[in-house]
Design a protein around this ligand. Structure first.
Ligand code: ITT
Length: 200
């Protein structure tokens, strides 16, 4: 059976392909690149879960295929949870990882090491054409360092050091990141629901 991964973020898409292809037996995953004239979906929700559901519902509406979506971001303690759901466009330039990260580091310049805690959050949503909906959220705690390191991953990975590690998440291998990350945890929990709903 076929499953649409409703994201335009290439970094996320690569992770979702890894997390779902091996875990759901017999599934063929498609990206939005395979869907002609896919529209811009406004992210008007007030939470990660609402936005993830919006994106998955819209994908089902446009394609008739079951779809998963991910809404995620970095919630920084010293910024009262910002950039949170605004993480992709924090600098005003949607998807500009370099500009977003530079802005965040500037905002945290005067914040001492012991107050640089943060969590990556991921809401994973599944919607089927029959109207079934599932959404769940997982997080990954760590801290924001002062200078980026590492070439793997995307977004804020170069400045995020997960709790218990000294490496940034951009210095982890893809397998190491998947095993611990907010997205890895969220989609591991969603996989049984995907498998069950695709079987019906
Ligand atoms: P789609 O809505 O098309 O999926 P998007 O990039 O707009 O793509 P989001 O609104 O969910 O998606 O924004 C997620 C942002 O949060 C992303 O652009 C990164 O800046 C950040 N982010 C989320 N997960 C991350 C991760 O694993 N590593 C680094 N940054 C991450």
């Amino acid at each position: 059976s076929r499953l649409l991964l409703a994201t335009r973020n290439p970094g996320k898409l690569a992770e979702l392909q890894r997390l779902l292809t091996s875990a759901v037996p017999g599934v063929a995953v498609l990206g939005l690149g395979d869907v002609p004239a896919y529209p811009e979906v406004p992210e008007t929700g007030a939470s990660f879960a609402e936005n993830a559901l919006l994106k998955a519902r819209e994908a089902v509406r446009h394609t008739g295929l079951p779809a998963v979506a991910d809404d995620s971001g970095l919630a920084v303690d010293a910024l009262n949870g910002m950039p949170g759901i605004f993480s992709a466009r924090w600098s005003g330039r949607h998807g500009d990882d370099g500009a977003n990260t530079a802005l965040l580091l500037g905002q945290l310049a005067d914040v001492p090491d012991e107050r640089r805690g943060a969590a990556f959050v991921c809401a994973a949503a599944l919607v089927t054409p029959e109207g079934a909906e599932r959404v769940l959220e997982r997080s990954w705690r760590g801290r924001v360092v002062r200078e980026g390191r590492g070439r793997n991953g995307f977004g804020y990975d170069p400045v995020f050091v997960p709790d218990g590690l000294e490496l940034t998440s951009a210095e982890l291998t893809p397998e190491q990141k998947d095993a611990a990350s907010h997205r890895g945890q969220a989609f591991a929990a969603l996989v049984p629901m995907v498998a069950e709903l695709l079987r019906r």
